[in-house]
Ligand binder design. Structure first.
Ligand code: FPP
Ligand code: MG
Ligand code: MG
Length: 284
């Protein structure tokens, strides 16, 4: 038994306010999920994906035109729900996330060879593309609950590091997973010429990889060459270490939250910390 585990739960706010707060927080979660799904629908169009989560992707099943509209529809539903919260700071945070999603996707699509081979550029793009939505949504949760700026910053740090860790593992699985295990195409990044952390780390050991990236991956032989270098390198292992580092930073943000004697709070924090473990050990 954990001796630090609190045994008492104190009711700090009234039941009515608690229900109202819970409803608002749930709405933020729903809005975040709508933005996320909309971004995936649009992403599958841009990536010409055939599958998503083990089934045909929307663009594949109904065509690009209807899929664009479905993504737009979800986005506007999300905006409507956001407006209903009547909290301009929360609106600002989620609008930043929208903005960053598009910026991240554009950075990925329009990068020069120098940018594609830069770890700094990859980290910035990864924050925009994946971690910004989680970090801003976590911060919005804290603000809606009238938490202090310090707690809001820790919530942001949790989301940012969790989002980064998630994407680094995703970038590994693109090389190590199968289409069946992932529920979406594997090797899709390199096929599209997208350079991710495993290749960037491999390039530090084998600088010859840069010339392969410059030539592009329209030529399938270059994909095989890049993969040969990757398997000879520590690229996958170093990306795993990077993901673990950020997962630990996310857990540390939770550990830094002000002490609480509530059992519910303790359980919630444990769940958030467990999530950092689940993300870094996932294989699909
Ligand atoms: C998945 O990346 C894509 C994203 C996380 C973001 C996509 C963002 C846009 C399409 C910009 C438009 C945004 C909105 C809100 C409509 P991936 O292709 O690397 O991952 P995958 O392997 O899961 O497809
Ligand atoms: Mg994609
Ligand atoms: Mg994409």
């Amino acid at each position: 038994m954990d001796i630090n585990r609190p045994k008492l739960s104190f009711n700090c706010i009234g039941d009515a306010s608690r229900v109202q707060l819970h409803r608002k927080q749930q709405l933020i979660a729903e809005i975040t999920e709508m933005i996320h799904v909309a971004s995936l629908i649009h992403d599958d169009i841009l990536d010409d994906a055939k599958t998503r989560r083990g089934v045909g992707s929307l663009n594949f099943v109904v065509g690009n035109k209807l899929a664009v509209l479905a993504g737009d529809f979800l986005l506007f539903r999300a905006l409507g729900a956001l407006a209903s919260l009547k909290n301009t700071e929360v609106v600002s945070l989620l609008v930043t996330a929208f903005d960053n999603l598009v910026t991240g996707e554009t950075m990925q699509m329009a990068a020069t060879v120098e940018q594609r081979c830069s770890m700094e550029y990859y980290m910035q793009k990864t924050y925009y593309k994946t971690a910004s939505l989680v970090s801003n949504s976590c911060k919005a949760m804290a603000l809606l609950s009238d938490q202090t700026p310090e707690v809001a910053t820790l919530a942001f740090e949790y989301g940012k590091n969790l989002g980064l860790a998630y994407q680094f593992i995703d970038d590994i699985l693109d090389f190590t997973g199968t289409s069946a295990s992932l529920g979406k195409g594997s090797l899709s990044d390199i096929r599209q010429g997208i350079v991710t952390a495993p290749i960037l780390f491999a390039m530090e050991e084998f600088p010859q990889l840069k010339a392969v990236i410059e030539q592009g991956f329209d030529n399938f032989a270059n994909i095989d060459t890049a993969l040969e270098y990757l398997w000879k390198s520590h690229g996958i292992q170093r990306t795993k270490e990077l993901a673990t580092k950020h997962a630990n930073l996310a857990a540390a943000a939770i550990d830094s939250l002000p002490e609480s004697s509530s059992l519910d709070v303790w359980k919630s924090r444990q769940a958030l910390i467990n999530l950092t473990q689940i993300l870094t050990t996932r294989n699909k």
